[in-house]
Design a binder for this molecule. Structure first.
Ligand SMILES: Nc1ncnc2c1ncn2[C@@H]1O[C@H](COP(=O)(O)OP(=O)(O)O)[C@@H](O)[C@H]1O
Ligand SMILES: O=C(CO)[C@@H](O)[C@H](O)COP(=O)(O)O
Length: 459
């Protein structure tokens, strides 16, 4: 039995799954936490990866491995391959001003959408490079190459220290602002515009390209951004829109067509198969539930029970959940707010309900935008840590207006990476077909009034 490894180096933790390459059966797994904060030294990811690999029984017996990870983080390397400063993560909003400047300098959001399929917001890598050039010129002067979290971990696993061995894949390259998913080419002119000079960037591999080898000689796949890997891991089919409730909230689908949204609401990323991955991303998702649970001094199960005990719409109590600023809509300096507080709504159950509804309403806005650019949404596939909440699962269909399919709790990003690794070993035009466990399906009548009261509160 050949085994493959899939890795998800996500915002809050690192997860490793070892699966049977032919059937997809889970054989072993491991997990380790990442430090908190929006600025993290990549060495912390490497340490967590080692721990998760050890917990998963090691990689000595795998035939291939792939790394997926949180997107956009700026990993700046000097000419010797050393990390210049801690990485600025996708949810670090200090480069919001740089994003606005870049839009103006190129002549508008439509110019960026035409050039690279996405419009600058603080999340994207090039805005972070601009911030570095403006605010830390001594560090900026040392930078020889820039890569993303999954590229760096793949490179470290390969044991190389040569910058020329850096590799990435289409899905993650498409979130940098200096690579176009439509033309499959780097835009070194835009990298220069943002940073002030050109940099060495990883070679972009196709779906089954080989990024290096593990010490046992097994190939390392190209890897992926975490959302593209989740699309592969869930085995999403046409008509499925995936909603992931992790640190970020994401709403996306695979598409034959590269979207071109000049407002930037829908980003035109690439997927792992040679196609596209139109996506809407919010900064506030599972941690809104974490924050509500903390405020109420309860665990997630009790938060869910409380939310389900309050009436739909929480009698007008609305939480606008911009706890870390927000990316969609682009309000990097926003804070969260509670609307409709009365004596009747001032209790734990109403607050719990408002937290779940507010977080989901922001994602339902994202679904509308995605459908507005042509995506077909027959059903929603709900994944990520937040999907473990029963309240989220039961309230979601009323706000999305679609049936919500919830696969068994699992690590779908790491699973997507494992399936990519199996594809690397098997070859061919399509990834191997793995059997999936039967998902739960949640249905409910749509309740437009909840979205209407949310729309008024968020303005
Ligand atoms: N039962 C639950 N209900 C709500 N949230 C949960 C539950 N279990 C885990 N979470 C939250 O899910 C998040 C982790 O999800 P995950 O998808 O792994 O995030 P990421 O990929 O961003 O690291 C954490 O914020 C965690 O508190
Ligand atoms: O910024 C994005 C996508 O554009 C995020 O989706 C990150 O990729 C982080 O993912 P999670 O850690 O929240 O899963």
């Amino acid at each position: 039995m050949a085994l493959v490894a899939g890795i998800d180096s996500s915002t809050q933790s690192c997860k490793v799954v070892i699966r049977d390459a032919e059937t997809g059966r889970l054989v072993r797994q491991g997990r380790a936490v990442h430090p908190d904060g929006t600025e993290v030294h990549p060495d912390a990811w490497w340490a967590a990866l080692q721990q998760a690999i050890e917990e998963a029984g090691g990689l000595d017996d795998v035939a291939a491995a792939s790394v997926a990870g949180q997107q956009h983080g700026m990993v700046a390397l000097d000419e010797n391959g050393a990390v210049v400063r801690p990485a600025l993560l996708w949810n670090d909003t200090r480069s919001a001003g740089a994003a606005a400047d870049l839009i103006e300098e190129l002549g508008g959001g439509d110019k960026w959408a035409d050039a690279v399929g996405i419009v600058p917001v603080a999340s994207f890598t090039l805005t972070k490079l601009r911030w570095l050039a403006r605010n830390e010129p001594a560090n900026a002067a040392k930078v020889a190459a820039v890569c993303l979290p999954h590229d760096w971990l793949t490179w470290k696993l390969s044991g190389s220290t040569s910058l020329s061995d850096l590799r990435t894949d289409r899905s993650d390259a498409s979130g940098t602002l200096y690579w176009s998913a439509r033309t499959n080419e780097y835009r070194h002119d835009l990298l220069e515009l943002g940073f002030g000079r050109d940099l060495l960037v990883p070679e972009v591999l196709g779906p089954t390209g080989i990024a290096g080898h593990l010490p046992n000689g097994a190939p390392l796949g190209p890897g992926a951004g975490d959302n593209a890997a989740a699309a592969l891991g869930t085995g999403a089919r046409p008509g499925d829109v995936i909603v992931s409730i992790g640190t970020s909230g994401t709403v996306f689908a695979s598409s034959e067509v590269a979207p071109n949204d000049p407002t930037g609401t829908v980003a035109g990323f690439a997927d792992t198969t040679g196609r596209f991955l139109p996506i809407v991303v919010t900064l506030n998702a599972a941690r809104v539930l974490d924050a509500a649970a903390k405020l109420l001094n309860v665990g997630h199960d009790e938060l869910s029970r409380l939310a389900l005990s309050a009436p739909a719409g929480a009698d007008g109590l609305v939480l606008v959940p911009y706890l870390e600023g927000e990316r969609t809509p682009n309000r990097p300096d926003a804070t969260g707010s509670l609307h409709g507080l009365t004596l009747r709504t001032s209790n734990p159950a109403h607050l719990a309900r408002a937290a779940v509804e507010g977080m989901l309403c922001a994602l339902a806005d994202g679904l509308d935008a995605l459908v507005g650019t042509g995506a077909v949404a027959d059903r929603i596939v709900l994944v990520g840590g937040g999907a473990r909440s029963e309240a989220v699962r039961r309230i979601a269909p009323a706000l999305f207006g679609k049936p919500v399919v919830v696969p068994p709790p699992g690590e779908y990003v790491a699973d997507g990476a494992a399936r990519q690794a199996a594809w690397v070993t098997a070859g061919g035009d399509l990834p191997p077909v793995w059997s999936a466990e039967t998902p739960e399906v949640y249905e409910a009548d749509s309740i437009p009034s909840i979205r209407e009261q949310y729309a008024i509160a968020r303005g």
